[in-house]
Design a protein. Structure first.
Length: 100
């Protein structure tokens, strides 16, 4: 997977920020819980995680896709079709014939 080409378009770049932004938000909310407590208890502030997810999703949806690289599958040799010239027909099991 090291040779995989990553897309650097604005949409994919913003989408790549989702994980780090959620981790930073959780850390910040837990820090507020430890320092302030009371109203800033994690039980009261966890909806901020949903807000961060929504903001990043909205930013990703509105960003242009200029320069987007489509993830193409690794090229594998395609076996020739049985009807191609020089290719023997595919094996088929013998069919039961009445009277034999």
């Amino acid at each position: 997977m090291a040779d995989r080409v990553r897309c650097a378009c604005p949409r994919c770049t913003i989408r790549g920020l989702m994980g780090p932004a959620i981790i930073i938000t959780i850390g910040f909310l837990l820090l507020l819980d430890q320092m302030r407590g009371g109203f800033f208890d994690f039980g009261n502030t966890w909806p901020m995680i949903l807000v961060v997810i929504g903001v990043i999703s909205l930013g990703s949806a509105l960003a242009p896709m200029s320069g987007h690289i489509v993830d193409t599958p690794v090229s594998r040799p395609v076996p020739p079709s049985p009807g191609a010239p020089g290719v023997p027909p595919a094996w088929q099991p013998p069919q039961n014939r009445p009277g034999q």
